[in-house]
Design a protein around this ligand. Structure first.
Ligand code: 4AD
Ligand code: MG
Length: 463
């Protein structure tokens, strides 16, 4: 008896085999002929397996006829060619073992359609829906593709720390990590004794693995980090999470142009892999969530990304005649309405904006000869906006420490980062891709909370 997945049992190659399939009932339909059709899903594919449970089964009346959505079963039987539409095979059950029941009165997924908002409350059960099964498989595919892309290109996977004492993005929106007893902190205004904290100083959850990634790039050449990152910003949008996964390559001797080439090649690869390796799930998203998602991805894979300096983007926005909530002029940070106008309406495809005003960007980005701009780049895509942020790094010690002073950072707190510029400094560049933004873009899911298993957002951390 071969134990196989629903996915494998659905292949014509399985016809004639005697198998065991285990999974959860999606539906049961009883036929007038005194038998039942069971739809069994085990997460291995979007489509479920049709099982024919004959009335002669010893537990047919007592158990099989009471199976409802959510029950778990093990089915032994023969795989046969199916005359039914949309399936090559079905299983004629010899034995149906009920592993677990599910009370239809209380099982939340009994009803067919729930809103995505409602399903967020049931993060422990939503993986059993078609949508979250498909999201989970595509997310897995993207993760594999990320590793494959870098591994095939000779990059080393570096595990950068989750707990850190330094602030990479300088935005000050970090989660503090402490073992100090919060209810015993001084209340008379006297300072907190950080030296008594676990690490002897304030520590935080990382916002990015970049700074530590640079250390390894400046020794080993080509590296990437891929792990969870945390942001304590109070951003309640469809594109922000408080905990998300970021992949960050960092390459010694690369300049901004090389960085753009890498980002473009990388995105095309993960989009293509999703199309090639998850055709069934992608067809599902295309049908139910975004009728353009497959075509959009195919077009992107086949075309060149536009590369536009920030200054030119601002001119386009000033001239475009659109009314924006936030007015644009040189020196302002582009809002998502501006980014979306550029990528959706003006260029109608991915755009790489680069050379942003120095005042908008963190201390580590390389200052251009004009003195006003830095070698930053953001990759924008339709619907999601910014999907990648990166830069060429400042490799000149004097310029770097000047930028730190500008941003009220103390070089002695970043002494190790400065050492990389003191001993054998090299030009280098890297970027960060938000995994969830990528999965959101690929699937066409409107809300980022629906592409991560357990979303963390301001005011919400159930499970
Ligand atoms: O642009 P960001 O902040 O860049 C960095 O953190 C750099 N240190 C990366 C680097 O150069 N190595 O973030 C990079 C990407 C964004 O483009 C976006 O895709 C994603 O991370 N991101 C978020 N995703 C979900 N929720 C949030 N709150 C995010 N903030 C950033
Ligand atoms: Mg950014």
């Amino acid at each position: 008896m071969e134990k196989i997945s629903v996915k494998d049992a659905r292949q014509a190659a399985a016809i004639g085999k005697t198998v065991t399939v285990r999974g959860w009932i999606r539906t049961r339909r009883d036929s007038k002929g005194g038998f039942s059709f069971l739809e069994v899903n085990d997460g291995s594919s979007l489509a479920s397996l049709q099982v024919i449970a004959d009335g002669n089964l010893p537990n047919y009346e007592s158990e099989v006829k009471h199976l409802v959505a959510g029950c778990s079963v093990a089915v032994e039987g023969e795989v046969k060619a199916s005359g039914g539409k949309g399936q090559a095979t079905e299983v004629a059950a010899r034995k149906v073992t009920v592993l677990g029941g599910a009370d239809p009165e209380s099982y939340p997924l009994q009803k067919k359609q729930h809103s995505l908002e409602k399903l967020r409350e049931w993060a422990h059960l939503r993986p059993r829906t078609n949508t979250f099964g498909a999201v989970t498989r595509v997310r897995n595919c993207v993760s594999r593709s990320i590793h494959n892309f870098f591994q095939e290109d000779g990059f080393l996977y570096i595990h950068t720390p989750i707990i850190t004492a330094s602030d990479c993005e300088g935005a000050g929106a970090m989660f503090r990590v402490t073992t100090l007893e919060l209810d015993k902190l001084p209340r008379d205004g006297s300072p907190i004794k950080n030296e008594l904290d676990f690490f002897g100083k304030p520590t935080y959850l990382t916002v990015s693995g970049q700074l530590e990634g640079e250390i390894f790039a400046c020794s080993l050449g080509r590296i990437y980090t891929f792990g969870p990152t945390f942001r304590a910003e109070n951003s309640n949008t469809s594109r922000h999470l408080s905990e998300f996964w970021m992949v960050e390559p960092e390459v010694a001797f690369n300049d901004l142009g090389d960085n753009m080439d890498l980002a473009e090649r990388f995105l095309k690869r993960i989009f293509k892999d999703a199309l090639d390796q998850c055709p069934e799930d992608m067809a599902f998203f295309n049908e139910h969530y975004d009728k353009t998602t497959i075509e959009t991805l195919q077009k992107i894979v086949a075309s060149d990304f536009r590369r536009v300096p920030y200054t030119e983007a601002v001119e386009i926005l000033e001239r475009c005649g659109e009314t924006f909530e936030f007015p644009v002029k040189w020196g302002v940070d582009l809002q998502s309405e501006h980014e979306r106008y550029l990528t959706e309406k003006h260029f109608q495809g991915p755009v790489i904006l680069y050379d942003y005003p120095r005042t908008l960007k963190p201390f580590y980005m390389r200052v251009n000869d004009d003195g006003r701009t830095v070698r930053a780049m953001d990759v924008l895509v339709p619907k999601v906006g910014e999907i990648i942020g990166g830069s060429q790094r400042e490799e000149r010690l004097d310029v770097l420490t000047g930028r730190m002073a500008e941003q009220h950072l103390r070089p002695e707190d970043y002494w190790w980062y400065c050492d990389l510029r003191r001993y054998g400094t090299v030009p280098h560049a890297g970027f960060g891709l938000g995994l969830e933004r990528a999965v959101q873009f690929i699937t066409g899911m409107a809300n980022i909370r629906d592409v991560i298993p357990f979303p963390r957002t301001p005011g919400s951390a159930e499970f």
